[in-house]
Design a protein around this ligand. Structure first.
Ligand code: LLP
Length: 439
């Protein structure tokens, strides 16, 4: 039986509906019964996402000094309406592939407001970034610096680069899941501290690259400011050395990772990370550089839900009685519980009566880990449920495993549907797979 860390916590769901969702919840039952939408479906509140960005951008703005950048980590949610909403508020983008780069530009983000992270960018992707003149290619190794320089020389351009440093902050200090920590010495990410000096020597000798920044990203879903600031301080040391080596440094990029409240609490807001980082920057004498941050989750997670229909219940009595609630959303739609043992709150949307009892909520995929954990829901169960805080790393990590169609996405503004996607018809997957013909 899968172990569910966090399930020991009280199942405080049905009575408490996070106020953040007030723009979404009233519409959900109608969306589920709309024949052009149905379930499973992601529903997002674009107004709340815009408000989230505004709050962070306010915290980023300083009366004097260079303009900072909120580079939205597109991997969290790459849907056009969401990226455009954030672009309109003034966000840039942190991308990790050529496709995400093209998406950011197509959604109106200026190339100079795009940073490109990732440990294994292909030549073709580097060429694209160089041709478009993006804000920075964040190089993760000495070898990559050489490759960028060679590609830029062929293109007859100078590439703006930053060095992504691995600050080697102890992962166990971060308090997040091991799969989403990146800034420790066993991680594949970034230039390790010991290699920073040779990297600086190398990059300042290259003719077709310009070192405009230094960057780091220590991990995701941080619920304390200290590990973030600790890694930022390490980065500031590198920035000072880069300047001393003659680099035309413009910014320090302290990464993303701002946590949200999935139900177990998160006492800090994105603005708190920014405030503390700015303070540390001033102390380090780097107030003249621009601050870049790369949040993904914090801008979108709380403003999206995954709407699902209850297919059936099942009651078992093996030792103890267990009530299973089988829903039509599975691990292919929302992978986080299966991959990271993540717990998402689940609330009843329509139907459901009587006292709250523990229901083990599971999906249809043929894997034991297609399991959303135990939740307090009415004893006569609801017909529809919403899995909360699914706006980040939900649809972007969805798959067609088990021959399942990708979930639909619906975008609300002012409480109205302003965009929606279509579900592939039931036979589309079978036809597409069967149509791969051997010669
Ligand atoms: N910058 C870099 C270089 C990153 O690798 C990431 C996330 C971010 C920014 C944005 O991090 P955020 O602010 O969203 O925490 N799928 C996982 C999260 C993986 C994060 C990977 N990198 C999850 O569902 O929790």
């Amino acid at each position: 039986m899968p172990k569910w860390p966090g399930n020991e916590a009280p199942n405080a769901v049905t009575s408490e509906t996070p106020s953040k969702l007030s723009g979404i919840l009233p519409s959900l039952a109608a969306l589920a019964t709309d024949s052009s939408i149905g379930t499973p479906t992601y529903v997002y509140d674009l107004d709340a996402i815009a408000a989230e960005a505004r709050e962070l951008l306010r915290a980023m703005s300083v009366p004097a000094g260079p303009r900072g950048l909120v580079a939205y980590a597109v991997k969290a949610n790459a849907a056009g309406p969401i990226v455009r909403t954030l672009a309109r508020e003034g966000c840039g983008a942190d991308v990790v592939s050529g496709a995400e780069l093209l998406l950011a530009l197509a959604c109106g983000i200026s190339p100079l407001h795009v940073v490109y992270s990732g440990v294994a960018k292909t030549d073709d992707e580097l060429d694209l970034a160089i041709a478009r003149g993006i804000g920075a290619i964040q190089a993760e190794s000495l070898e990559e610096l050489d490759r960028v320089d060679a590609r830029a020389r062929v293109a007859g351009k100078t590439a703006r680069v930053s060095i992504r440093v691995n600050p080697q902050v102890d992962a166990s200090d971060i308090g997040t899941h091991a799969h989403i920590t990146t800034g420790h010495d066993e991680a594949k990410f970034g230039v390790p501290l010991g290699d920073v000096e040779p990297a600086l020597t190398r990059v300042t000798s290259l003719s077709s690259t310009s070192l405009v920044g230094v960057a780091c990203h220590v991990g995701s879903q941080l619920t304390r400011v200290e590990p973030y600031v600790q890694s930022a301080r390490v980065l500031f040391g590198v920035a000072a050395r880069a300047r001393a080596a003659g680099a035309p440094l413009e910014f320090v990029d302290t990464g993303g990772g701002f946590g949200i409240d999935y139900g177990a609490g998160c006492p800090v807001r994105p603005a708190d990370f920014v405030g503390a980082t700015r303070e540390a920057m001033r102390e380090a004498g780097l107030g003249g550089l621009a601050l870049h941050v790369e949040p993904g989750r914090a801008l979108v997670a709380a403003h999206g839900v995954l709407l699902a229909r209850v297919i059936q219940v099942k009651e078992t009595r093996v030792g103890a009685e267990r009530r299973w609630l089988m829903i039509d959303a599975g691990m292919n739609d929302l992978l986080r519980p299966a991959l990271y043992q993540a717990r998402h709150r689940i609330v009843a949307i329509s139907g459901g009566e009587g006292e709250a009892v523990p229901w083990r909520v599971v999906g249809p995929v043929c894997e034991s880990s297609c399991d959303f954990g135990e939740h307090a829901l009415p004893v006569r169960p609801p017909a529809l449920v919403a899995i909360l805080d699914s706006g980040a790393y939900g649809f972007t990590m969805a798959s067609q495993y088990n021959g399942r169609a990708l979930p639909v996405e619906v975008f609300l503004r002012g409480g109205r549907v302003v965009a929606k996607t279509q579900r592939a018809p039931r036979d589309a997957w079978a036809e597409e797979r069967a149509s791969i013909r051997e010669a």
